[in-house]
Design a protein around this ligand. Structure first.
Ligand code: GTP
Ligand code: MG
Length: 370
């Protein structure tokens, strides 16, 4: 792995070599000024000084793989919108997702629809829409906190018999903070107590004025139960997508975001990734958060094996060294050694953060007692 001399480390930390040598001795390492020490040890020393253990080399390598090359505008083509459904508990988010999925399954796919991968695509009038099934807006917020933005359009589900509730307001705030356009789905219209006007009135208190009240917010009355209005909802999603001219370049190495990930007993680490730009291929070398590997297999939302996945397509990927976290960014790296190096440094940094948090004083304490 990476090494650094005592002298170099001292310079980076703005300490004298003697001080660093003394610290090393405390760790049980006897070193001279020109001696090479490994990254782990260097990181520990840096940590001792309360300095971020980021050696410049590591930072540069990470920047190298994370920097997104600018796309040639001529290469950009329209891509499907990525839609997240948000709303108050029990207002029908899951039912709506299920209903949309069911009614848009083509006959041939009917058998394979049981697969659940946290995101799926439907086709409406020959155009694709990607739905991300985030469990509430917790995941949405977590992803945003990690700098990942995957949603193009937020569907705000409000039950017509219940109206705007606390989590409806939260969802509105999240979508607004992320600058994501909102389409309101006024759900449960089949219920006798449904009162869409009350919903619209309550929405105005949160600066969402619907079109038929003179505003610019699209509101679609729907029923997940009867299927009423679902076509209209999909139509509106495509309309908003068109207005926003969502584009990507399929002819470049892929970049994407993890939607969910788990350790599968038989298959090892499995990550559901939404490809956001470029095309991901089986065989690609990838770094995903602190995990890396080669894409061994990809499975689409219908449970079919696929060889490639383009922009806005969700896929399950196999072949990672470790389980990444939701919100982690996937990048394709040509150089396998570099992929491993960056992932390992991230693992180290993660371990170090845990160490720092839990054992700030333990090293000194430990040596006191020997
Ligand atoms: P959480 O995931 O718990 O936040 O709820 P959710 O928003 O996903 O709601 P879910 O889809 O689980 O629906 C909640 C309840 O409302 C269930 O009993 C559904 O059957 C019912 N429901 C959902 N949509 C409709 C609808 O359009 N009409 C009627 N009558 N009931 C609905
Ligand atoms: Mg639900």
């Amino acid at each position: 792995g990476e090494t650094v001399t005592v002298q170099e480390l001292a310079e980076k930390l703005k300490k004298t070599a003697a001080e660093v040598i003394k610290k090393l001795m405390n760790l049980g390492v006897l070193a001279t000024i020109n001696q090479e020490i490994d990254f782990d040890t260097a990181a520990l020393i840096a940590g001792e000084y309360g300095v971020e253990a980021e050696l410049k080399v590591a930072v540069d390598k990470e920047a190298l793989i994370m920097t997104e090359p600018e796309d040639d505008p001529a290469q950009l083509v329209p891509r499907p919108p990525v839609v997240t459904i948000m709303g108050h508990v029990d207002h029908g988010k899951t039912s709506l997702l299920d209903a949309i999925r069911q009614t848009n399954v083509t006959a041939g796919e009917a058998g394979g629809i049981t697969q659940h991968i946290g995101a799926y695509q439907v086709e409406h009038n020959g155009k694709k829409i990607t739905f991300v099934d985030t469990p509430g807006h917790a995941a949405f917020t977590a992803m945003r906190a990690r700098g990942a933005q995957i949603t193009d359009i937020a569907i705000l589900v409000v039950a017509a018999d219940d109206g705007v509730m606390p989590q409806t307001v939260e969802a509105i705030n999240h979508a607004k903070a992320a600058n994501v356009p909102i389409i309101v789905a006024i759900n449960k219209m089949d219920k006798p107590e449904a009162n869409p006007d009350k919903v619209k009135q309550e929405l105005t208190q949160h600066e969402l004025v619907v079109e038929d009240w003179g505003g610019d917010v699209i509101a679609v009355p729907v029923s997940a139960k009867t299927g009423m209005g679902l076509d209209n909802l999909l139509e509106m999603i495509l309309l908003v997508a068109e207005v926003h001219e969502l584009k990507a370049n399929p002819n470049r190495p892929a970049r994407g975001t993890v939607v969910e990930a788990e350790l599968d007993k038989g298959r090892g680490p499995v990550a559901t990734v939404l490809v956001q730009n470029g095309t991901l291929h089986v065989g690609d070398t990838i770094v995903v958060g602190h995990a890396f590997g080669r894409v061994r297999a990809m499975i689409d939302d219908k449970g079919r094996r696929v060889k490639k996945a383009g922009p806005s397509m969700p896929v399950e990927i196999l072949g990672l060294s470790d389980v990444p976290e939701a919100g982690d960014i996937l990048v394709v790296v040509e150089d396998e050694k570099l992929a491993r190096e960056v992932a390992e440094k991230r693992q180290l940094r993660k371990r170090e953060e845990i160490l720092k948090a839990t054992a700030k004083i333990s090293l000194d304490d430990l040596f006191k007692h020997i």
